[in-house]
Ligand binder design. Structure first.
Ligand code: PLP
Length: 405
């Protein structure tokens, strides 16, 4: 892997100060910072070749369309999808899950059918399914977790039944960092002919994703969590599903022929991309994926493992600090609480030291309910963080403790 100072220099924001202190950015689970090449790629679209995609015969429209379709191919190759027709651009993970929950529900779900989720899900992988269940009279079933914040596989197997129509689980918990055994989850579901959606919002940033090897039916993620722009996301779906499902939105570009009596839809992937898509962000995302590939995904994983181990050691040594999420398989995310100090106070004081952490429920209230807490402080680390920054966090936490006596 390249030298860390050199890598950090790629990210302009990392050299800024907040409250006159060097920024320590530990909120990568919420969104990642962007390297200059991504900022340049988006800028270049607007500066040099902006034109609406798939619509014009003119030069600029052609260039934008080429950039957008080139971005689709980059995403295909990054996640190892079989065909680029299986890669749909959306607004993000939330947009992708809402879309699939709607289309899948309309097509296949009947009263009494069941959808299995885990207790570790982000609200984005709960609420759209709940809304669909309400519409269709279906039922959500939830895989329970243990005190380490891991799902209980035997309970998952017990939940799978003839009533199960889909399993939707996260690759990694954003609240605790737990990595789920998604390969095993998919295999078990497929053994009873049930398709699986993987929420890759966290997983994509830290892990290897090979949708073919996983045999995942759907895989969704957001561009902004993998060093790309906000407002763009991916819905990968196996062609057999996407060709059977109806679109979740109607509008321009997703149609073949429109009359007031009847509309026929465009072919894949355009059938699921209604209206003007965020093509500059798609092009920025492709640049981000190139950047990640350039650093090397093995290198990133190795570096983040080192950061996680170091941070876990440093934080565990702090008296009165409790880590939530103690699985042996984690992304580089640490959730914690200080005894008798509210998470919000900890976060506010760390902020004044220039240290950005997340506080609250992390859009995962069922996880917080499990531990009977109202939130945690979360430090989510990625490859551009340093051991020195982890030291600053540990020292900052000690200061918070001393302020509260
Ligand atoms: N799923 C998980 C596991 C997440 O961590 C997040 C965001 O934190 C989401 C879904 C929602 O992502 P977005 O807000 O980009 O749609």
């Amino acid at each position: 892997m390249r030298d860390i100072a050199d890598i950090r220099a790629d990210f302009p924001i990392l050299s800024r100060k907040v409250y006159n202190k060097p920024l320590v950015y530990f909120d990568n689970g919420a969104t990642t910072q962007k390297p200059q090449c991504v900022l340049d790629a988006v800028d270049e679209v607007y500066k040099s070749y902006n034109g609406n995609i798939h619509r014009g015969v003119h030069f600029l429209s052609d260039m934008s369309s080429e950039g957008y379709e080139g971005a689709r191919e980059k995403v295909r190759s990054f996640i190892n999808a079989g065909r680029k027709e299986e890669v749909i651009f959306t607004s993000g993970t939330t947009g992708s899950i809402n879309g699939i929950a709607f289309s899948f529900g309309e097509r296949y779900i009947k009263p009494g059918d069941e959808i299995i989720l885990s207790r570790l899900e982000h609200h984005a992988n709960i609420v759209p399914w709940q809304m669909m269940c309400q519409r269709k009279g279906a039922v959500l079933r939830v895989i329970p977790i243990n005190d380490n914040g891991e799902i209980i596989p035997e309970d998952y197997h017990k939940l799978l039944s003839k009533k199960t129509k889909l399993v939707a689980v996260t690759q990694a918990s954003n609240a605790l960092g737990t990595v789920l055994p998604i390969k095993e989850i998919i295999e078990a579901a497929h053994s009873v002919d049930v398709p699986v959606l993987i929420d890759g919002a966290q997983g994509i940033q830290h892990g290897f994703v090979d949708v073919k090897a996983l045999d995942s039916d759907f895989y969704v993620f957001s561009g902004h969590k993998i060093y790309g722009p906000a407002g763009i996301g991916i819905l990968y779906g196996k062609e057999k599903w996407l060709s059977e499902l109806d679109p979740f939105q109607g509008g321009g570009d997703m149609v073949d022929k429109v009359t007031f009596e009847k509309t026929t839809y465009n072919q894949l992937p355009f059938k699921f991309e209604a209206g003007t898509m965020n093509y500059p962000a798609a092009i920025g995302l492709a640049t981000a994926l190139d950047y990640v590939s350039g650093l090397g995904r093995e290198n990133i994983a190795a570096r983040e493992k080192e950061l996680l181990l170091y941070a876990t050691d440093r934080l565990s040594a702090i008296k009165g600090l409790k880590i939530y999420g103690t699985s042996g398989k984690k992304i580089s995310t640490i959730s914690f609480l200080l005894k008798d100090i509210h998470q919000y106070d900890t976060g506010m004081i760390l902020d004044k030291m220039g240290i950005a952490v997340r506080t609250g429920t992390h859009c995962a209230q069922p996880v917080m309910d499990y531990y009977r807490i109202d939130g945690t402080v979360r430090a989510s680390l990625c490859f551009y963080n340093t051991l020195e920054e982890i030291d600053s966090l540990a020292e900052g936490i000690e200061k918070v403790k001393s302020m509260f006596g």
